[in-house]
Design a protein around this ligand. Structure first.
Ligand code: ATP
Length: 491
């Protein structure tokens, strides 16, 4: 299915709508509908449970969207958070220059400067994708949204373009209020805003989106002392190394995490570990391994703060693209904030009595909306007679749907009782309209793993049928065993 078909499906089935659509299209902003919000919250909760609550070495925060503006000067975003922009001389539409070049030449443009992009546009006679007019010189466009704070003019602030900086700006408060010792991580899920020049591909590139990020701090001399490395070193992953990209080879190879580290795809053991654990998590939540790969950034495309970055990429209908980045951010951010805030951000080691700025060995960062989209791509299947969202039951909007066969002779009363009882433990959907076959199809389309039908036998023997979404098999189960049956299936 292509991206437009996915967007149409999401709208039809109440997963995602274009925002405030009654007023027309507002590019780059979307709303989650009744089904989508449940799936979306499940993804966020599972992420938080896995990477924060189930770990002794990671704590969470929830920072404000607007921070002191100096945060963005210190981080380098005011100076260099740019995208390359080109304007059509004829229709005046503005385009992201690297995307226009990429679409026209069918090759990656990562790391090219605005001068190089301008040159490619001229040399290859690349025209405006809309009206075929001439494209102008490539300029830098800062992606941060600006706002005014308070009644005074000139009190300019920014909507944060990444959640990471809230973590660095709160680092001292977190350290002062906890007893964290390295290695440790600080995590956050929250909104970010980027004034993307041309948002496109539905939820893939938004102007308002949510990120889930961890900053993982280690002592500088312990970057290669990852206590969990053993558990992941033999994991096989698909990798596209910098070396292969420079040889213009675009096929990934299967390698163990350890081999990748030896070949310097990862910077350190910690960098390798955090990439591997997320890669494995994506497989665990059901993403098809064929659609996942790890791509090492080539040196020219590294961000100003990074000593090495890999992306976990997904094979979208529009090609392999970043799902998540895992950067080695060094001591760059703490150093910058220490300098600009004039606060000491060094860690004091009680044992050695030495002070040092801790090193961010890994920053795993994923867009939650992009992950949501990825899961829909990966799980939505058009079968001969039905469309079915084969999403991991843990992430499904509703765990079960409850259907009275007919709305009379006590079946509806019984079904409502059951809805009330099961809703205490699971998200349930009640549906009493249309044929049972049609009700099954509606639930298949939104990924409900179990449908429960109350029929005339239920009144006689207190049993119901439970139908499995994927196999479409139906079993008869005692109502008293229903909760355990569903619980077992879900785990
Ligand atoms: P891209 O190359 O796709 O623009 P990026 O390298 O700028 O992404 P990062 O700054 O590394 O992205 O952000 C971390 C993650 O946040 C990305 O991997 C992606 O999942 C998500 N993300 C970034 N920009 C957007 C956006 N405009 N819309 C939705 N998600 C985004």
């Amino acid at each position: 299915m292509d991206i437009d078909e996915i967007a149409a499906y999401c709208k039809r089935r109440g997963l995602v709508y274009p925002t405030s659509e009654i007023y027309g299209n507002y590019s780059g902003f979307y709303d989650y509908g009744p089904v989508g919000v449940e799936v979306y919250n499940n993804i966020k909760q599972l992420w938080w449970k896995t990477f924060v609550q189930s770990r002794e070495d990671v704590v969470g925060i929830d920072g404000s969207i607007i921070t002191h503006p100096k945060v963005w000067v210190a981080s380098g975003h005011v100076e260099s958070f740019h995208d390359p922009l080109t304007e059509c001389r004829n229709c005046k539409l503005k385009w992201r220059a690297d995307h226009v070049v990429e679409d026209s030449l069918h090759k990656p443009t990562d790391g090219l400067t605005k001068e190089q992009l301008s040159e490619l546009i001229i040399k290859n006679k690349i025209k405006c994708p809309k009206c075929k007019g001439d494209l102008g010189e490539v300029k830098n466009f800062n992606q941060m949204f600006i706002t005014n704070v308070g009644p005074m003019e000139g009190e300019t602030a920014f909507l944060r373009p990444e959640t990471a900086q809230s973590i660095f700006a709160d680092y001292k408060s977190v350290m002062d209020s906890t007893r964290l010792k390295p290695p440790f991580g600080i995590a956050q899920i929250g909104k970010s805003f980027r004034n993307e020049i041309s948002p496109r591909n539905f939820l893939f590139r938004l102007r308002e989106f949510e990120q889930a990020e961890i900053e993982y701090f280690v002592k500088s001399n312990e970057k290669n002392k990852c206590v969990y490395f053993e558990d992941f070193k033999n994991l096989k992953v698909n990798v596209l190394s910098e070396e292969k990209q420079k040889q213009k080879v675009n096929d990934s190879e299967e390698m163990t995490v350890n081999m990748c580290l030896k070949r310097k795809v990862f910077n350190t053991e910690w960098h390798a570990y955090w990439t591997a654990i997320f890669y494995k998590w994506y497989l665990n939540i059901g993403i098809n391994p064929k659609n996942l790969r790890i791509r090492q950034h080539v040196s020219e495309e590294l961000s100003h703060y990074s000593a090495g970055t890999v992306d976990i990429e997904y094979n979208y209908p529009m090609g392999w693209k970043e799902l998540q980045g895992i950067a080695d951010r060094t001591t760059y951010d703490l150093k910058q904030h220490q300098e600009h805030s004039k606060q000491n951000l060094e860690y004091f080691d009680e044992e050695t009595k030495k002070k040092e700025l801790l090193y961010v060995a890994a920053e795993p960062s994923v867009g939650m909306d992009r992950l949501f989209l990825t899961l829909i791509f990966d799980c939505l299947v058009q079968e001969k007679e039905r469309m079915v969202l084969k999403i991991n039951p843990k992430l499904a909007a509703y765990k079960c749907a409850i259907f009275p066969l007919v709305n009379k002779e006590g079946l509806d009363t019984k079904a409502r009782e059951l809805f009330k009882a099961l809703s205490k433990d699971f998200t349930c959907f009640y549906d009493d309209s249309g044929s049972i076959g049609r009700r099954y199809r509606r639930q298949d389309e939104i990924g409900t793993p179990y449908c429960i039908t109350i029929d005339f036998d239920t009144i006689k023997d207190d049993t119901v049928t439970i139908r499995d979404r994927d196999s479409m098999k139906q079993d008869r189960v005692k109502i008293s065993n229903l909760k355990n049956t569903i619980m077992n299936k879900l785990t």
